[in-house]
Design a protein around this ligand. Structure first.
Ligand SMILES: Nc1ncnc2c1ncn2[C@@H]1O[C@H](COP(=O)(O)OP(=O)(O)OP(=O)(O)O)[C@@H](O)[C@H]1O
Ligand SMILES: [Mg+2]
Length: 244
C-alpha cells in the first residue's frame, strides 16, 4: 500500500484542462521529484493534491482513503501539506509567529511545542532569529522558514514547490542540505523542481511531466543518466556548472 496514490487525475482552470490523467505513487519515507518544463502542470498538480484546484476526474488515495476533491483544510488535517512556490511568508510577522500560525489545524496544534523544538534542531538559525520579522531574512533563510512552517503543520507528506527558485547557488546547497535533513527524519517528501539536476540527485524516484502528462518515470539515478532527460533538462544546467 502506497502512502499516496494518484490515479488518472484530471484538473485545470475553468475550461482549460492542464492535467490529462496523472498516475503516480509515493511510498512512505520516499523523496519523489516531479520535474518538467515551464507550464508543464507541476504546480497545478500540487495545487490539486492540496485541494486548491478541484480535480475534474480521477482519484487521490492517501493512506488507502479516498481524499479526492477534499477542501484544503481537510487535506491539511489528513497530513497533506504544501510549501508553495514563492514561500508566501507573513513578512511583517516574526519567524516564530509564522511558524505558530502554521499549526492551526487540529492535528498540529497540540504538537506545536514539540514541532518548534524539532524545527529549531533542524534549523538552529531559525531559533536565533525567532523574534526577527520574516521579511528581513535572506532569501535562503526565508525558504527555511517556509520549510519549517510546513513541518509545523505536522505533515505525513510534505510537498515542496520550487524550493530553490531565485536563490544564489550557495543558498541552493544550503536549502538542499535542509531537505536532506528533513528526509533523514523519515519524512515523505514530494519535490517539484525546475532545478532538475538537484532534484534528481536527492530523489529516490522521479516523474517527468510534459503538457500535463507523465512521460517518464524512474529512480533519480536512472533519470539523471537518461538521454532524453539530459538533452531536454540538464543541458543548460551542465553549461551553467561548467562556466561557474
Ligand atoms: N490560475 C491559473 N488560471 C489559468 N491557467 C493557469 C493558472 N495557473 C496556471 N495556469 C496554466 O496552467 C498550465 C500549467 O501551469 P503550472 O503553473 O501548473 O506549470 P508548472 O509546471 O508549475 O510551470 P513552472 O515550471 O513555470 O512553475 C500553464 O499553461 C499555465 O498557463
Ligand atoms: Mg510551477
Amino acid at each position: 500500500m502506497s502512502l499516496l496514490e494518484v490515479r488518472n487525475l484530471h484538473a485545470g482552470y475553468g475550461d482549460a484542462e492542464v492535467l490529462f490523467g496523472i498516475d503516480l505513487t509515493v511510498e512512505r519515507g520516499e523523496v519523489v521529484a516531479i520535474v518538467g518544463s515551464n507550464g508543464a502542470g507541476k504546480t497545478t498538480l500540487l495545487r490539486t493534491l492540496s485541494g486548491i484546484v478541484t480535480p475534474t476526474a480521477g482519484q487521490v488515495l492517501f493512506i488507502n482513503r479516498d481524499v479526492t476533491g477534499l477542501q484544503p483544510h481537510l487535506l491539511v488535517e489528513e497530513g497533506i501539506v504544501m510549501v508553495p512556490e514563492g514561500r508566501r511568508l507573513f513578512p511583517r510577522l516574526s519567524v516564530r509567529r509564522n511558524l505558530e500560525i502554521a499549526a492551526y489545524s487540529k492535528r498540529a496544534r497540540p504538537k506545536l511545542a514539540e514541532s518548534l523544538r524539532d524545527v529549531h534542531e533542524l534549523f538552529p538559525i531559525l531559533k536565533e532569529r525567532s523574534d526577527q520579522l520574516a521579511g528581513t531574512l535572506s532569501g535562503g533563510q526565508q525558504q527555511m522558514v517556509a520549510l519549517a512552517r510546513g513541518l509545523t503543520s505536522n505533515p505525513e507528506i510534505l510537498m515542496v514547490d520550487e524550493v530553490s527558485l531565485g536563490l544564489a547557488p550557495v543558498m541552493v546547497s544550503r536549502v538542499y542540505d535542509a531537505i536532506r535533513a528533513i528526509r533523514d527524519t523519515g519524512m515523505t517528501i514530494v519535490l517539484v523542481e525546475q532545478n532538475v539536476n538537484q532534484a534528481l540527485s536527492i530523489a529516490d524516484r522521479a516523474y517527468v511531466v510534459q503538457h500535463g502528462r507523465i512521460v517518464l518515470a524512474g529512480t533519480g539515478k536512472e533519470l539523471k543518466s537518461n538521454e532524453e532527460v539530459r538533452n531536454a533538462y540538464l543541458g543548460l544546467e551542465k553549461l551553467e556548472e561548467e562556466t561557474l
